[in-house]
Design a protein around this ligand. Structure first.
Ligand code: HPA
Length: 271
């Protein structure tokens, strides 16, 4: 049995309902997991082979539950490449959720705003990414049971789910920008020159996560919608230094809006 199957069987025996939608909560954005109905909390440490996050602001538990009748599985806390985890470990959770039966994956992440129209605390729907992390979770022998050797990425961030997200945001009166996410390895924040470079190549946002999970989800045929919270303006834009404290503080500021958005969006992810 593969490591993914072992984790899958462990969770399948515990979940009361098969989740239809998976959710990954980013740095400082973990609050949503507390809002689920009919909750079942499984600490990552209890799940066979599940990697444990070390980043501050990441709880490290899988929470099963429902949002207005929609069965969901929420990863509260994710692991990043910059923690030293192998790419296959970074996408382990997403692969297990896909095996559990999710048909759509909603990701949230903290990001630096490169686009000057963005503001700290704003929400941005990710339309596409530029993977500059230097690795791809699909490198190595391909497991045909998961997906094809050369998966298409031309609609990696589902146009259908993005349209739905824009509709839900409008209904909820939540301002939502849309933009391209540049994925960096981290853990150092970017230099101002790197931010000018990223702007020149078409990035609106920068972060240290998301791209591996989105690649793995597309590989397995799971539709993706991703929401970035602009926790800070990127390096060199404002006359101030960047800090993880600011990232976490902004996450706390947008908590209520993000929870309201996800609560309205997830039941609508008909898949
Ligand atoms: N850069 C990279 N990752 C980030 C940032 C940033 O400015 N803010 C939050 N995550």
């Amino acid at each position: 049995m593969t490591l993914i199957e072992e984790a899958h069987h462990f969770l399948e025996a515990r979940a009361r309902r098969q989740p239809r939608v998976g959710v990954v909560l980013g740095s400082g954005l973990g609050g949503f997991a507390e809002e689920l109905e009919d909750r079942l909390v499984v600490p990552y440490q209890d799940i066979p082979h599940w990697p444990r996050p070390s980043a501050v602001g990441h709880a490290g538990q899988l929470v099963f539950g429902e949002v207005e009748g929609q069965p969901v599985a929420v990863m509260s806390g994710r692991v990043h490449l910059y923690e030293g985890h192998a790419p296959s470990q970074v996408v382990f959770g997403v692969r297990v959720l896909a095996r559990l039966g999710i048909r759509a994956l909603a990701l949230t992440c903290a990001a630096g705003g490169i686009n000057l129209a963005y503001q700290r605390g704003g929400l941005v729907l990710i339309s596409d990414h530029i993977n500059l992390q230097g690795v791809n979770p699909l490198a190595g022998p391909n497991d045909e049971a998961l997906g094809p050797r050369f998966p298409d990425m031309s609609e990696a961030y589902s146009p259908r789910l993005r349209a739905l997200a824009r509709e839900v945001a409008a209904q909820q009166g939540i301002a939502l920008e849309e933009g391209v996410y540049a994925a960096m390895l981290g853990p150092s924040f970017e230099t101002p020159a790197e931010i000018r470079y990223l702007r020149a190549v078409g990035a609106d946002l920068v972060g240290m996560s998301t791209a591996p999970e989105v690649i793995a989800a597309n590989h397995m045929g799971v539709e993706v919608v991703a929401l970035a919270c602009v926790t800070n303006m990127a390096a060199g834009i404002l006359p101030q230094k960047l800090s993880h404290v600011e990232v976490l503080e902004t996450g706390e500021m947008v908590r209520e809006t993000l929870v309201r958005f996800l609560k309205a969006l997830l039941p609508r992810l008909e898949v």
